[in-house]
Design a protein around this ligand. Sequence first.
Ligand SMILES: [Zn+2]
Length: 443
Amino acid sequence: MSIRTQYLTLLHDLVALPSVSAKHESLPETAKLIADALRGLGAEVLYDDTYFAPFIIGKLTSNVPQAPTVIIYNHYDVQPAEPLDLWDSDPWQLTEKDGKLYGRGVDDDKGNLTARLTAVAEYLSEHNNQLPINITFIIEGSEETSSQHLDDYLAKYQQHLSGDLVIWESGGKNANEEVEIFGGNKGIVTFDVSATTAGHDLHSSLAAVVDSAAWRLTQALATLYDENGHITVAGFYDDVTPPNSREIQLVSALPLTHDALVAQHEITAPLITDKTGDDLKSILYFSPTLNIEGIESGYVGEGVKTVLPAKASAKLEARLVPGMDPEKTLLQIKQHFQNRGFSDILVTKTLGQPGYRSDMSDPQILRVIDVTAHYYKAQPVVIPTSPGTGPMYYIHEALGAPIASLGIGYANTNDHAPNENIRLDDYNQHIDVIKALIRSYEK
Ligand SMILES: [Zn+2]
């Protein structure tokens, strides 16, 4: 059996385990399979299941003195497969069709992991079992539930975790088939906001003299933005790390336009940036956000109910850029409600993590860009930060190395959604790129 086939079999076995962290299912079984695969590669394996999900470190050591260390970060947990009726194949059965592989986690993130294991295994077999660099795999099982306890594990194994470059879990090609490399992501703080205006729901005739909780809450929320689309929370933007000139240049080179964004998502509301006149791309990548995720109050069933609801609640999130602290941001928001006369509004934190951007001029990042450009015979699209969130900050804090995110995905990979899939060509290309990256360190 070829090495590629051997690790595709591993991918098949991994997809068959429904390692949904949200349901705390199959996590140790999946982690053990991966630990065994790492041992099979000849790695020294540290396996720890102290917290929510087992954490695995696999270390391959070069015989070259003072060799640099590349750290490869992946996760083995996946999103739930529901709604099951929207899948064309069994989500827990790796299914090949028309050059594509289908299954939950095939891109996010089990396929990226097996592609990298394949690359290292092939390199070792072609080079007499020697590597020009140390390679450390870090594999967690709670990424899809905000990487709980990842920071605890990283602190515990600090002495094993120094490196020169981190290869992040995933990435891929955009809708124009260009390869993308990301160097950061935004942070986040999520929180619940609620208003209670009476001991119980009231007859709505009392609306002549008392506001419902729905009004109270929406009035409070409405004060968070001004008419120019700026967040009005005092101090909210104070700690924002502004983008440097390379970051500005990289983002302004991205193909995104106002019209394309509107068309892609069929957006019918005016964009916030229309009001400010600021550059759309720069705002999308370098500005924090404040969003209402959901809102609930009163009667919304069939027909009419003339009621004055006593309770209203909403879920909110702020996406944070580097420099911003989740706790401090939340305090500023609480203070804002106090200052605007809404001291009765209750704010409760749910999750938080800071954002991170790599130095995209770091020689190790430039190496990844070079290797990728050389392999594909085209410059990759280099993006200093994803507008989304992930645990890069903690990995960077623990490892002190710049992070490059690339992988096996493409525009229709459907991460987190039904019919998650990858194209076998992209998968094989990523194996080749990781091998080329290892080869680039040969003296
Ligand atoms: Zn992922």
